[in-house]
Design a protein around this ligand. Structure first.
Ligand code: SAH
Length: 348
């Protein structure tokens, strides 16, 4: 019987099709086995590699020796009508979360990309715990595999908006995206995948060179440099004007519309003046703004703007011809904001 590797070995779900092709070629075998193996792992979902019928026994033995098949463990599910929250335990006993949301257009899952987060946004629960480590590719992939197993339904949309800063785990993120997008992998259309960043400029540029039509969302949350630096420390490293320049370059290169996320925090960034400043900031940029009613947490003192204020903010943007939506709210009852379930579990 194989030993549990406890994260020490490369996991079979770490590999893209290209990685597997290289593996098979290095073994003196044929690269088409890569797609065959993908098919068994992701479409047929076989758990026992010995059941792979298209690859000969000796080679399967090698695969068994070379890779681990460890899984992350699903330890808690909280369910509400349209939303479920999943807590997973990793090989080193760390915990991560994913959230499943039912929309009329399909099933969307919000995945975590790191254990903890170093970005330190002061309104965000995840950032209360510093980054412990990046998630491995297989850990991100398995968030989705285990949710599909639990629901017995197909995930149609993915947002990388859980715990962590995905662009601070860039190489693993890209492999993860390739695996879930691949037609023989989880086959989730690139246009149905969104990566959200707090604004790590060099990675935005790298992302624009990725030959996948994946959506980019930027956590903006403030319309000027001073306020943004106060609530998002990353702005001191990559200031707002440079961020906007980088985004314009990204759009020029990819021809894709970006999303700006803007949490409305009572008396902090929700004034009429802020709305006007925001409208001005994004003028002429191919974007839309997603206004997010703040999900209050017990541990932080920020408050959600009241509904009248939210509507006023929205109207000002609309009047200034900005594409704007207010995010539909999911799961405030089941602690579905980033990091809340894990905090509860670990009583940080
Ligand atoms: N680090 C990435 C992705 C994770 S956060 C980023 O910054 O984009 C995903 C989104 O949820 C971000 O826009 C974040 O600012 C927002 N968010 C964090 N805490 C929240 C809360 N309590 N209520 C609503 N949105 C929150």
């Amino acid at each position: 019987m194989r030993q549990y590797s406890g994260g020490k070995m490369k996991n079979i779900f770490d590999l893209t099709v290209e990685d597997l092709e290289e593996y098979f070629i290095n073994k003196g075998s044929k690269k088409f086995h890569a797609l065959q193996l993908f098919n068994f792992l992701y479409e047929k979902r076989i758990k026992n590699i010995e059941e792979v019928t298209t690859i000969k026994k000796e080679l399967l033995e090698e695969i068994k020796k070379d890779f681990s098949f460890d899984e992350i463990k699903l330890v808690l599910v909280e369910k509400d009508k349209d939303v479920s929250k999943y807590l997973f335990e990793l090989y080193d006993k760390e915990h991560i979360e994913a959230v499943l949301m039912r929309h009329d257009y399909g099933l969307s899952v919000c995945v975590s990309s790191q254990v903890g987060c170093n970005m330190g946004c002061c309104f965000c629960e995840s950032g209360r715990r510093k980054k412990v480590r990046n998630l491995e590719v297989y850990e991100m992939v398995e968030e989705l595999l285990l949710i599909e197993e639990e629901t017995k339904e197909k995930i149609t949309h993915v947002v990388v908006m859980g715990i962590g800063e995905p662009f601070d785990n860039y190489d693993n993120l890209v492999k993860f995206l390739k695996i879930i997008n691949h037609p023989k992998g989880l086959s989730i259309g690139a246009r149905h995948i969104t990566v959200s960043t707090c604004g790590i400029i060099p990675k935005i540029e790298e992302f624009s060179n990725l030959p996948l039509q994946i959506n980019l969302a930027i956590s903006l949350h403030a319309p000027n440099n001073k306020l943004r630096s106060e609530i998002m420390p990353i702005n001191k490293v990559y200031p707002l004007d440079e961020l906007i320049k980088a985004i314009k370059k990204y759009i020029e290169k990819t021809n894709r519309r970006v999303t700006f996320e803007y949490i409305l925090l009572k008396d902090i960034n929700d004034s009429k003046k802020c709305a006007l400043e925001l409208a001005n900031l994004v003028k002429g940029i191919n974007c839309y703004i997603n206004l997010i009613p703040y999900n209050e947490t017990n541990n932080l003192s920020f408050m959600r703007s009241n509904t009248v204020q939210i509507m006023e903010f929205y109207d000002i943007l609309k009047k200034n011809n900005v594409n704007v939506t207010i995010r539909r709210e999911f799961g405030s009852k089941i602690s579905a904001a980033c990091g809340q379930l894990r905090s509860k579990k670990e009583e940080l």
